[in-house]
Design a protein around this ligand. Structure first.
Ligand SMILES: *Cc1c(COP(=O)(O)O)cnc(C)c1O
Length: 405
């Protein structure tokens, strides 16, 4: 373990898929003096970040910003729209879907889990954790719910535990094809700001996001993006809520203020992040992450190791899961890499614990920082005795050299 009083030279390599490395520009913006959250300057800031977030979510409808983490956003989505005992359908594609389900159960919701059954032969891993949300299964389940007891369908857009994204528009089409009135709730905590997300076009009713992943900020902000149907549902939803209530938020937000003290300095950071996203253009930001993902996957293929996401069309642009040969302890490998090279990698979560590690390619990164991270992985795997087919670093260098940004 690194001691807190140790000062390694150079920057720590934070290659976990969130919190992501925060650009210096954002850190500097956050160092401005804290202002009066009831003063005129704050009202202007509030209006700007709320409008900016609507652009990033691609919605004309309200966005709610909480001093919270993504988990708070999950709870807010559920308790604002549902009543005790309500039925919801959740798709189990990874550990974050499991955690959202756990919250729903704690809130007294009847949360049904749906997923692809079976195990992948080559890796022994659950199939559902290697593929995206199966819209056809959702459609089938909703068709069987003739009485429309299911109030919401909950899916994860970018499953951070696996590196698999899902086709959210297909889920909306499935709900509509079944003629079912369930709300569509989407967790885009790790995708928003780095992976393409279109709230209105995809017909999402409640989206959940956070600050510390695709938006390049430190942890501390949780968000909801709403739809008119979600707001309508919130008027009769009876789950207890106080802090999370949308009603007071939406009212105060009209003038840029918040019911309680907002995290002023993080909102400076958010303002700066929004400027950066706008200057580069969202499409260019998404393409940049796609290109990084392709380079990192070239490395994993160069090592001859399986990628956790088994669907070529659904690779996450913000992280890649690397499956290790059976018998290799992925957590011991990560500890070795941290000790030797000051590089943090994401651990295998839930059923994947010890079987794989995750490389984050988001936040303040570039080709060379990613190559350095890949070099840390490659050296560590060699030191740990993992047999590699070849140099992933060389494969990634070839990829980045051949594919200009
Ligand atoms: C990180 C994450 C969360 C939880 O967010 P916290 O900020 O840790 O509370 C939820 N969903 C996904 C997909 C995540 O990546």
């Amino acid at each position: 373990m690194l001691k807190l009083d140790a000062h390694p030279t150079g920057r720590h390599f934070l290659n976990i898929p969130g919190p992501s490395p925060v650009p210096d520009r954002i850190l500097r913006a956050m160092s401005l003096p804290t202002i009066d959250h009831r003063g005129p300057e704050f009202g202007a800031l509030g209006l700007q970040v709320l409008a900016g977030m609507r652009t990033v979510f691609k919605t004309r409808h309200p966005v709610v910003i909480y001093a919270a983490s993504g988990t708070g956003g999950w709870e807010a989505a559920l308790c604002n729209t549902l009543s005790p005992g309500d039925q919801v359908l959740m798709y189990a594609g990874g550990q974050f879907a499991m955690l959202w389900h756990k919250i729903a159960v704690k809130l007294g919701i009847q949360a049904e889990f749906l997923s692809l059954p079976g195990t992948d032969e080559a890796t022994g891993l659950p199939l559902a954790w290697r593929h995206g949300v199966q819209a056809a299964l959702i459609e089938e389940r909703l068709r069987a719910d003739a009485g429309h007891a299911i109030r919401a369908v909950c899916v994860v857009h970018n499953e951070t535990s696996t590196g698999v994204t899902s086709d959210i528009a297909a889920v909306r089409r499935a709900i509509d094809a079944a003629g079912h009135p369930a709300l569509l709730m989407v967790d885009t905590v790790s995708g928003l700001g780095s992976a393409d997300y279109r709230h209105d076009e995809w017909g999402v009713d409640v989206a959940v996001a956070g600050s510390q992943k695709g938006l390049m900020l430190p942890p501390g902000i949780g968000m909801n993006a709403l739809s008119p149907r979600a707001i309508e549902a919130s008027r009769s939803a009876r789950l207890p809520k106080a802090y999370w209530g949308w009603d007071e938020m939406l009212e105060m937000n009209q003038t840029g203020y918040f019911p309680s003290t907002p995290n002023t300095n993080l909102l400076y950071g958010l303002h700066e992040a929004l400027d950066m996203l706008q200057e580069e253009g969202l499409d260019a930001v998404f393409a940049r992450h796609q290109r990084w993902g392709a380079g990192v996957r070239a490395a994993v293929r160069g090592w001859g190791l399986p990628i956790q996401c088994a669907d070529e069309a659904l690779h996450s642009p913000v992280l890649t899961g690397v499956v290790l040969p059976a018998g290799v302890d992925a957590d011991a490998l990560r500890r070795l890499i941290l000790q030797r090279f000051d590089l943090s990698l994401g651990m295998g979560l839930g059923q994947l614990k010890g079987r794989m590690f995750r490389i984050g390619h988001l936040g303040d990164s570039n080709d060379l920082t990613l190559l350095a991270a890949l070099a840390g992985c490659e050296m560590g795997m060699k030191l740990a005795g993992v047999r590699l087919a070849g140099s992933g670093v060389q494969a990634a260098m070839d990829h980045f050299a051949a594919h200009a940004a």
